[in-house]
Write a protein that binds this ligand. Structure first.
Ligand SMILES: *Cc1c(COP(=O)(O)O)cnc(C)c1O
Length: 367
């Protein structure tokens, strides 16, 4: 049996272990927020934003941010049909409706024209999800948001390390959200971050994140409104601080892995990989191959070939509107079509060159 190739695995060094050990031994009492505060500060510096709130997940960050924008029953939020459920569930949980629009065939991110066409008087936000590290067309989306007075939210869970014309993913919208789930480029096990440059929005989310207790409230145990409890623990933040000290290496390795696949596979005319157009750096969270329609190579063929090599193959996100929990939007052509001829490639930091070559060889063998 060939050795198994995992598709993701966190990169954990002695530094993470040292900080986590210190937090477990000493991070209590008056030190119980030390790593959290440090993690938020380092993250703000890395991203170039003014405000950050560490959370227990990206889903939690989105939920609070959307609640703070006043999204509620009767409202609509426009997002790409191609996505993980985590971006849609806070919308539904707030009583609003996710409106799924198609993606672009090259970036696999939301099609700005389709987003604009979906705007109604009930539209309260557009969510830009930078899929697999690929960047949305932020100039177009922000222009549309401005034209209609609708905030653009950036779900940058998959895009730490992605840079759009000098600006980091997550720093351009009304607010941004990040995930530090174990599969992501930077991990705290579970965890997330809310970021914004909007002082009022920050105050509202800070209050919501603290069970509705405002910073200025002098009475103890006195919530002014119903909030949330989506906090990150000091232990998780300790691991996050170590990961942030290594962030440039973590991103560089992801990009190196994508470059390896590009070098091996880009010569094949029937496939495309994560794009990196001029002015853009792709954080390369998840290298992905999409085969052309003419190739007749399907997800099922790919899954069988990867299984034979004992390599994990992760399917491209199903269209959310294809799930039984939402009405189908079959006119979202690319979102429904691309997953049937695509696969995510293994890309964890410590993967060996030999295993990368094995993965590339599986793809090449199918052509
Ligand atoms: C991973 C992911 C999330 C969810 O992150 P959690 O931390 O698990 O809540 C949200 N959106 C996108 C696009 C993701 O990839």
């Amino acid at each position: 049996m060939k050795s198994r190739i995992l598709y993701t695995k966190p990169s954990i060094t002695e530094l993470e272990v040292r900080y986590a050990t210190d937090a477990a031994a000493n991070g209590w009492g008056d030190k119980c927020y030390e790593y959290i505060n440090k993690f938020e500060d380092l993250f703000k510096q890395h991203l170039g934003v003014q405000y950050a709130i560490a959370t227990s997940s990206c889903t939690g960050a989105l939920h609070m941010g959307m609640a703070a924008l006043g999204i509620g029953p009767g409202d609509e939020v426009i997002m790409a049909d191609t996505n993980w459920i985590a971006t849609a569930s806070p919308i539904v949980n707030l009583g609003a409706k996710p409106v799924f629009v198609d993606i672009l065939s090259d970036s696999w991110c939301i099609d700005p024209e389709k987003a604009e066409a979906a705007i109604t008087p009930n539209t309260k936000a557009i969510v830009a999800v930078h899929l697999y590290g690929n960047l949305c067309d932020m100039d177009r989306l922000l222009a549309i948001g401005k034209k209609y007075g609708i905030p653009v939210i950036e779900d940058a869970a998959e895009a730490i390390g992605s840079v759009y014309h000098g600006k980091r993913a997550g720093s351009m919208g009304k607010f941004g959200s990040f995930s530090f789930h174990g599969t992501k480029t930077l991990t705290t096990g579970e965890g997330g971050m809310f970021v914004t440059n909007d002082a009022d929005l920050f105050e509202r989310v800070l209050t919501l994140s603290n069970h509705g207790r405002a910073r200025g409230q002098t009475k103890q145990f006195w919530p002014d409104l119903i909030g949330f409890k989506y906090k990150m623990s000091n232990l998780q933040a300790a691991i996050g601080c170590a990961q942030l000290e290594r962030i440039h290496d973590l991103i560089a390795r992801k990009r190196e892995i994508l470059a390896f696949y590009r070098e091996r596979l880009n010569g094949l005319s029937c496939i495309s990989l994560n794009p990196e157009p001029l002015g853009i750096e792709n954080g390369a969270w998840m290298p992905t191959v999409v085969f052309s329609n003419e190739s007749s190579i399907t997800r099922e063929k790919l899954q069988i070939a990867f299984a034979e090599e004992n390599a994990d193959a992760r399917v491209f996100f199903w269209p959310l509107s294809g799930l039984s929990i939402f009405p189908a939007v079959r006119s979202n052509h690319h979102a429904w079509d691309i997953p049937s001829r695509a696969i995510n490639l293994p890309s964890y930091h410590d993967i060996s060159e030999e295993d990368l070559a094995r993965v590339a060889a599986v793809v090449i063998s199918l052509v």
